[in-house]
Design a protein around this ligand. Structure first.
Ligand code: GLC
Length: 421
């Protein structure tokens, strides 16, 4: 592998997707700004262009609602007639000047802020953090206030899109009772192969859930009490725990006082993650609040508490074994989003089997956290290898390595830059 060439190609993909101060996930297919995509993009840009990385995150602040929510999408101007932008009921809380979605996405922001701040020259760091810290604090406060009103430590999601893993099988389970909605869902499939996207049934249910959210006028209090779908997602909460650590470190560095309650909540999240462990199968699962049980369908999300650092050494060792097991997650091109032997596994379909570079990135960092350096290096090299051979795609067939989904996918390029660095 020619690492210098790979680095150049990755940087080119980010240039191709750049809109100046922010970056789209993929040309054509994803023309807007997405929350966690931009955080991954900033992590990569921090390696090659710290000032632009800072702009990427500042660009996200355009979308913040007056209650603190960071929306999962900020729509591009010039696409107002596109179905996506008209999907959501307009909330009074949304910013006036930008059209956004009414739901959030994993809170990678604090993690990206820490990384980008560290890459900036000293005199730019202060102003950047002065701008970003209050944004992150309000976002996290919103998460706890409106998505964990019971103070469990685990925030609950109201749509699978909030998890970032749209059609992951546990989410398919959580959505199973929703009515299928006919109109308005076809855009989800409009450009790539149907067998690489959510099934029609899943897509229709996701749209049905948008209607539930619209009917509640995106009122989180109403949704928390009445929505048929409410899930304490293991991946989202692991990211939140790690984001809490990032936030504490940067706040400490610049002498910014974090609200005490928020600090307590982050600690509670870290502890509560361990309630998502299932001793019988020795894996972590998301919790279905409506059913009051763990959704025991295995996915790559089981490894996320490694990233959070919440898992005990014993649990981490169980996960390490599962990761390299060739009948489970140890495929030739890891990490399959669903383990190979599972009935839900589909090698080409979106979050139901393919390997995703962002999940690999989290797991590599998680393995390093537990001193599993050999496994981390194995996964890092396999990850760089699959991209080098098959291009900067959205996801990959975990058996053949074939690139799937969108082309020139920005977070794949960005995280390659980080993994090369
Ligand atoms: C898909 C992914 C989601 C991502 C978005 C934009 O919807 O499931 O995680 O943020 O595309 O890339």
């Amino acid at each position: 592998m020619d690492q210098q060439a790979l680095k150049r190609r990755a940087h080119d993909v980010l240039r191709l997707n750049s809109h100046g101060s922010w970056t789209t996930p993929a040309p054509g297919y994803y023309p807007h700004q997405w929350l966690w995509d931009s955080c991954f993009i900033a992590l990569g840009l921090a390696r090659v262009d710290p000032a632009l990385a800072a702009h990427e995150l500042v660009g996200l602040t355009r979308g913040q609602w007056s209650n603190g929510m960071m929306p999962h999408m900020i729509y591009s101007r010039g696409w107002p007639q596109r179905l996506e932008a008209r999907l959501w009921a307009r909330s009074q809380l949304a910013p006036l000047r930008h059209r956004t979605s009414d739901i959030t996405q994993p809170p990678v922001l604090a993690i990206a802020v820490e990384r980008v701040a560290a890459s900036l020259p000293g005199r730019e760091r202060g102003p950047f953090l002065a701008l970003m810290l209050p944004v992150v604090v309000r976002f996290h406060e919103w998460l706890y206030r409106e998505r964990d009103p019971e103070g469990t430590g685990l925030v609950a999601l109201i749509h699978s899109w909030e998890s970032g893993m749209d059609d992951s099988p546990p989410w398919g389970y959580a959505l199973r009772e929703l009515p299928r909605v006919d109109p308005q869902w076809k855009f989800i499939h409009n450009m790539t192969n149907r067998d690489e996207r959510a099934t029609d049934v899943d897509a229709q249910r996701m749209m049905g859930l948008v209607q539930v959210i619209n009917r509640a006028e995106a009122d989180n209090d109403v949704l928390y009490r009445t929505s048929p779908v409410l899930v304490r997602d293991v991946s989202f909460n692991s990211i939140l725990a790690a984001a809490g650590e990032s936030l504490a470190r940067v706040a400490d560095e610049v002498g910014y006082d974090l609200p005490e309650k928020l600090v307590e909540n982050h600690a509670r999240t870290r502890r509560a993650l361990e309630t998502l462990w299932d001793e019988e199968s020795k894996q972590y699962y998301s919790f279905d609040v409506r059913m009051n049980r763990l959704i025991d369908i295995p996915t790559v999300a089981t490894f996320m508490p490694l990233y959070a650092g919440s898992a005990s050494p014993e649990r981490a060792e169980e996960l390490r074994r599962l990761l390299v097991d060739p009948t489970a997650f140890g495929s030739i091109h890891p990490i399959p989003s669903v383990p190979l032997g599972d009935p839900a596994f589909q090698r080409r379909r979106y979050w139901s089997g393919p390997s995703w570079i962002n999940m690999n990135w989290f797991v590599i960092r998680g393995l390093e956290r537990y001193d599993f350096y050999e496994e981390a290096e194995w996964l890092r090299l396999r990850t760089l290898g699959v991209v080098d051979t098959n291009g900067f795609r959205e996801y990959y067939d975990p058996i053949s390595g074939e690139g799937l989904g969108a082309h020139d996918f920005a977070w794949t390029a960005a995280l390659v830059l980080d993994l090369l660095g």
